[in-house]
Design a protein. Sequence first.
Length: 568
Amino acid sequence: IDRKRTQEALKRSESRFRNLIEDLDAITYSADQSGFFTYISPAVESITGYRQKEIAGTASDELNPLERQVRPTRWLRFNLKEEKANEPLFEALIHPDDRQAVSDAIRIALAGCRPYKVEYRLQKQNGHYGWVYERGMVLEHDQGNRRIEGVILDIHERKHAEEINQALFGISNAVNTAFNLDELCTSIRDSLKQIVDTTNFFIYLYNEREDTLVSAYHKSENNEFAAFGNPVTVKASDWSLLSMVVIKTGKPLLVNRDEMERLDAKEGKPIFGSPCEAWLGVPFKIKGQVLGIMGVQSFSDPERFTDKDIEILLSVSDQVAIAIDRKRAQEELEKEVIERKRMEKQIKTSLKEKEILLREIHHRVKNNMQIISSLLNLQSRHIQDQPLREVFRESCNRVQSMATIHEKLYQSQDLIRIDTYDYIKNLVDNLYQSYGIEPEIIEPEIRIEDVYLGIDLAIPCGLIINELVSNSLKHGFPSSWKGRGKIQVAFQAKSKDMILLTVCDNGIGMPKDRDPDAVKTLGLRLVSILVREQLGGEIKLRHDAGTRYEIEFSSTGPEEDEKKISAS
């Protein structure tokens, strides 16, 4: 009686344990040392699609030939023999890339009678692969026989999430490493191929303003775009209806061939490219604006893609949009930089040519003015009338002052402005030489602060200095003058925009009631006109121990002053 009660209790315990095992969402199994399944839980059907009895049937060596035809044959969990097994092999469902790792784990466990664990991809009855985690242990009986007890967990969702994160990381990293947009799209495809079949993969970019689609990337086993080159740009209205549905609605689209044909018949739009069995496209957006479409297609399997694939592509579409948008902006910036450098080079070349031309102009103007000056000087030698000869000499000096400017500009590194000190010193030295005055008798003094003159100011300033210094040399120091004479020319920057030109001497001076604007001599009238019209400045005459002219004018010239006044 006790034995019977014990057996019944054991049966009840085994029943509870079996019910517990069979209610688990994991596959539990047992396999003998020959590799045959002796038990597998019903969860195998929900995880793989294969029936429980189909896998854990009866060993083939226990059946006669007639029974083998009508009864399920037990599957082999593993086969450690060198010869090929006749029975169905569970290992055949394991992804080819993972088989060796699984086989090695079981072989090592059996050899050392120890537990093992391994992750791999298992093919379901519908042909799709899913990630599983297997953990098992080797048990040894008293007779020395061994068996494996194992558990197989469905970890596809977890691995799937990891793969999506890896894909997102790969796409994000590709933005910084890809050389161009095509290389970026290749990296996107490579990042996605572990989670979606990207054998036939495409990315189209949409230009809303021009209403065009550009096949930025298209990889197809049919190589249908080879004849067109890459990328292909067409009007969106001429493009496949499928792509435009995704673009216009901003929503994903998954269709098979029958659905495509119905759409084609309904809308009258052609399906661009080779007909396929399954087509999946999802939009990628930035701030709600559709930038383009990313998709996959199959030319052989109408059931290749599912709603799960839509979720996958949508989950990475934002990252794809950011990556493509950044890479396009980067390429546009690079093109802009290249174009700017090209333009800068072109401008530099043009400026160099103009500089050479301008130097040649200054050189020729200087030569022509020197010829005029020489002709005037030559002509004056044949004139007996002293006042007339003086007129020729003054004209010669005026021409020479302008020729000097062109000479300095020709020699200068800066064709816009000249070194004021060097120019004025050369001008004064020429005047001393023209009038035969020794610097020891009348000392020339030139004081120039940090002032540079453009040609528009240098020419009138040179003529003014020419007239005023000539007047001092001719009239400021008569033969009755006693003592050491001195003529000073000074430039001073009074403010950021104003310059003060001073020409003075310590000679006999001019009458105190003399108004520089009322004089009738040609030289001083010329000075007054140049100050007023060429410089846009003011002239003052002072009579402190000689003659002192102060001329104040803008460093930008009269035209710029007029612009400032009108703007204000």
